[in-house]
Design a protein around this ligand. Structure first.
Ligand code: TRP
Length: 461
């Protein structure tokens, strides 16, 4: 059928898609969200969000991509015509904007890895002040972000098989070994098991609608859903692939790593008796370095460098997937060569990230933007628009598109290609139910409440 390049093996695809999903979200955000919002009870709600909405939407993205053999814009355009293409276009723009800030944080992680491993970051007395100075120092952080974008463009420039697939099949096992090694060490620290107990303790009284909202939002971000990244990855799959099984494996991998990350972070945080509620950049870049410093000069350096290497690698397989979508758009629709697309997109997105890069102290006004009754950084602003609001919107539109434009019969035939008997299987009833009712209702509500909350300071829940 098409002469589009495809992943060369199932495991290659799964590694790449899991690499996209496993990222900064899993390692740095998930553990403190869980600890703060009810521990085991939050995890349970998170699993429900994934089961009821996340997994079916992932199946839908992959299926649409494989059917259309195109980037998100092209996929919506092929099936839905020009009245739907903009939804895919919005996804492409989302990928660009999310990568613009994600790359900055990835650059910080990379910088911390270098400065802990090869410099004397841990010897600094005050890690809060250190982080403040670090993000104020324009030249080095710009260099780190540029290097990181360079790494990402290098991989994406090598294409689907030699780039995305090979990077993921090499890096994902390294990531897992690193994570398990760090957990094994962290569990030997003083008070470690108190941290585990805190992480897993079941506090249903902390659950409320706003917690459920953030569980759903995080599930979407963590699974890389809502902007069509997995439409793009699906377009590199052949008809033999069982999309339901692949999506399930990717989802399990992402959730498994998020869970494991908690088993690393909470023991670390509890060793020094830190406040586990400490969140945002502070957790990774302020709290953890002081903990690494406290566990001794040599062990601290090894564990600290190991941790930031873990963060850097997790970020890299995600930035690769974020860059691939706009690149695929330029290749498919504008007939650009991969190299031209990769270099121009890489530079454009790096440039778009500069205000974010400057928003943590270097240019005070970029860290002090007033909206919705509070002051925010430029990073918050971009994340609020393109992640908190646009991703649920993308998922909402995707489910409406599949159900009302493409229609279930066509959608199910596509899945059936690699999953004989899908139409008669109970799984099809479940996916159907989700795309028709649960996904649009939940995602619609989250979109609405996030818009009201983030931009108008009106709290629905
Ligand atoms: N899922 C990644 C994380 O948890 C980030 C990511 C990669 C992403 N690609 C995406 C988020 C596409 C939303 C959409 O860090």
């Amino acid at each position: 059928m098409s002469n589009r390049t495809h992943f060369s093996s199932r495991i290659g695809f799964i590694a790449a898609a899991a690499g996209s999903a496993v990222g900064l979200g899993n390692i740095w955000k998930f553990p403190y969200e869980t600890a703060q919002n009810g521990g085991g009870a939050f995890f349970f709600v998170y699993l429900l969000c994934i089961l009821l909405v996340g997994l079916p939407v992932m199946i839908a993205e992959l299926t649409l991509g494989r059917h259309a053999q195109a980037n998100p814009w092209g996929a919506y355009h092929k099936i839905g015509g020009s009245s739907w293409a903009w939804v895919g276009g919005l996804g492409v723009i989302c990928g660009i904007m999310i990568l613009s800030f994600y790359n900055v944080v990835a650059g910080w992680s990379f910088g911390y890895f270098l400065q802990i491993g090869f410099g004397d970051l841990l010897a600094a007395g005050d890690h809060k002040a250190y982080f403040g100075e670090f993000t104020k120092n324009i030249l080095p952080i710009m260099l780190y972000a540029l290097l990181f974008m360079g790494l990402t463009t290098y991989v994406v420039g090598r294409g689907v098989k030699k780039g995305l697939e090979r990077a993921a099949t090499t890096l994902m096992p390294v990531l897992l070994v690193l994570l398990l090694g760090l957990i094994a060490y962290a569990l030997t620290l003083e008070n470690a098991w108190d941290g585990v107990a805190y992480y897993l303790s079941f506090h249903p009284e902390k659950l409320n609608l706003s917690v459920i909202n953030s569980a759903m939002g995080h599930a979407f971000f963590s699974l890389s859903l809502g902007m069509g990244g997995l439409i793009t990855y699906g377009s590199y799959l052949n008809k033999k692939e069982n999309l339901v099984r692949s999506a399930t494996v990717v989802t399990l991998a992402d959730t498994g790593v998020a869970f494991l990350a908690g088993l690393l972070m909470l023991p670390l945080v509890f060793t020094l008796g830190q406040d586990p509620g400490m969140s945002g950049p502070g957790l990774a870049f302020v709290t953890l370095p002081s903990i690494f410093a406290s566990i001794g000069p040599v062990a601290g350096k090894i564990v600290g460098a190991g941790f930031f290497l873990l963060l850097t690698l997790a970020a890299l397989t995600s930035t690769i997937s974020l860059l691939e979508t706009p690149v695929a758009y330029l290749i498919d629709e504008k007939k650009w060569s991969r190299n031209r697309a990769v270099v121009s997109m890489g530079l454009l997105i790096f440039g778009l990230g500069i205000p974010t890069l400057l928003s943590y102290g270097a240019v005070p006004s970029l860290g002090n933007i007033s909206y919705a009754g509070g002051t925010h950084t430029f990073l918050d602003l971009v994340a609020d628009i393109f992640s908190e609001a646009a991703l649920p919107f993308g998922g909402l539109m995707l489910s409406l598109f599949v159900v009302y434009r493409w229609k279930m019969a066509g959608f199910e035939s596509e899945i059936q290609e690699g999953f004989a008997g899908y139409k008669d299987h109970w799984i099809s009833i479940y996916v159907n139910l989700s795309l028709r009712y649960l996904a649009p209702i939940f995602l619609g509500l989250i979109f609405l409440s996030n818009i009201l909350e983030k931009f108008f300071n009106i709290h629905l829940f």
